[in-house]
Design a protein around this ligand. Structure first.
Ligand code: GLC
Length: 431
């Protein structure tokens, strides 16, 4: 009896073993190609706050749709100029790890002139490009060729506390003087409240904010066609005096000259300021359930001097392809997907950024969430590109340094701008 059962176990043991072996070989046959075919990984560097909505949203959607491609989002510093430095040094040193280039609108001329980017002109037809805001496309070209496709637009706007203004019977301001007057009046009524917040730190955000004030006074920085420099003109001095006055009169905090976008947003969002100059990304955050100013804010174009038009700085980000990338085809697939209507809708709905595709500003679902988007389309439409010159980074650095010196009182506005104009003319080969 014992012997018989041992023999049975042996018999079935062998049968079971053979069956398992067959199953395993089928499984290996089926799985092996998937195991050996590693997905192509596309590296993409962006600012840390940008990385989150990318990773949580459109990157996942893309990878589901294209399982053979992975997007490796690398989180970089939260300042466009620092991010640009990282890309620049990687390209200069050669052997750059980046396949896709997430580019601020101001980088196009420099990156294109340096030969770091693939020319995308033949990849997108005129009809395909016509769906984007013309400003964003203009900021994506260099010497007539296309080097980036806009993924999100941006434009400087003025936020105001609708509740505080209405309670005191004020309309939102239209001029610089009104902005100061309303600030002071509301600061008297509301203890521990600043009037106006702006980005005053020495970095690219300072320049983006300043070009709006400069334009509001009728001045200019650099004419990209003639390379004429307007920094030592009286309008530039008036623009700086306005900003200095905001601090002198206590309308803006003394620390404003050290603030980037996020510092100003946090103060505004905590309910401690009447006005804020920033980008549209602030809106969804300031309207979160946990925000003390939820439902209490308005948004409008920047103010100007009487009779002058309001300046709006065009910002925004787009994707280019590094010429050095070994994955040109996959990078193109990624750009096409990320700039598609489907991806942009999801991205905008989740992240609250400004669409680059014009039809999305009036999309029902988007407008239901961000009611001011139709109005924003006009603001973006009238926004102005910072000078599209290959030496932009150096020109901006000169302005940042001297503007900061004037705002922190280490030079008078006249001294600072005389020197800034001289250095800029030297840079651009103008006498
Ligand atoms: C935003 C804009 C960008 C600008 C930057 C300045 O990210 O989109 O164009 O250069 O702010 O801080």
């Amino acid at each position: 009896m014992k012997l018989k059962s041992i023999r049975l176990i042996k018999k079935y043991f062998w049968q079971l073993g053979i069956a398992l072996a067959i199953l395993a070989s089928i499984a290996i046959y089926a799985i092996a190609p998937a195991l050996t075919q590693q997905p192509v990984v596309l590296n993409l560097l962006m600012t840390a706050p940008d990385a989150q909505p990318w990773q949580q949203g459109i990157v996942k959607d893309f990878e589901t749709k294209y399982p053979g491609i992975r997007i490796n989002v690398i989180e970089g510093p939260n300042a466009t100029n620092l991010l640009e430095d990282l890309y620049t040094s990687a390209f200069i040193l050669g052997d750059s790890p980046y396949d896709l280039v997430n580019m601020d609108v101001i980088w196009t001329p420099k990156f294109a002139a340096a030969g770091w980017l693939k020319d995308l002109s033949n990849e997108f037809s005129a009809e395909e490009l016509a769906v984007f805001s013309p400003n964003d496309i203009e900021g994506s070209r260099y010497e007539g060729k296309l080097y980036r496709v806009p993924i999100r637009s941006d434009a400087g706007v003025l936020y105001y506390r609708q509740d505080l203004l209405s309670a005191a019977g004020y309309q939102p301001p239209e001029t610089f003087d009104e902005l100061l007057q309303i600030s002071q009046a509301l600061q008297k009524k509301n203890k521990d409240t600043w009037g106006y917040l702006w980005q005053g730190r020495q970095y690219e955000g300072l320049v983006a904010m300043f070009v709006e004030v400069l334009e509001g006074y009728g001045g200019f920085w650099v004419n990209p066609t003639t390379k004429e420099v307007g920094l030592d003109q009286p309008e530039t001095i008036q623009a700086i005096e306005f900003l200095r006055n905001t601090v002198k009169t206590g309308v803006s905090p003394p620390g404003v000259t050290t603030y980037q976008e996020e510092e100003t947003r946090r103060i505004f969002q905590s309910g401690k300021a009447v006005f804020l100059r920033s980008w549209p990304y602030v809106w969804p955050l300031a309207n979160e359930d946990s925000s003390p100013i939820k439902g209490r804010i308005g948004i409008k174009p920047m103010v100007s001097a009487p009779g002058k038009s309001a300046g709006t700085c065009l910002g925004g980000w787009g994707l280019g392809i590094a010429k050095s990338s070994p994955h040109q085809k996959e990078a193109m697939t990624a750009i096409r997907y990320f700039t598609s209507n489907e991806a942009q809708r999801n991205f905008i709905l989740k992240a609250g950024y400004v669409p680059s595709r014009r039809e999305l500003f009036n999309d029902a679902e988007i407008v239901a969430k961000y009611s001011y988007y139709p109005q924003l389309l006009n603001i973006v439409g009238s926004s102005v590109l910072r000078p599209a010159i290959a030496q932009y980074a150096q020109a901006s650095d000169i302005l940042q340094r001297y503007l900061s010196a004037a705002l922190t009182n280490s030079l008078t506005p006249e001294q600072a701008m005389k020197a800034a104009a001289k250095e800029t003319r030297l840079l651009l080969g103008k006498k």
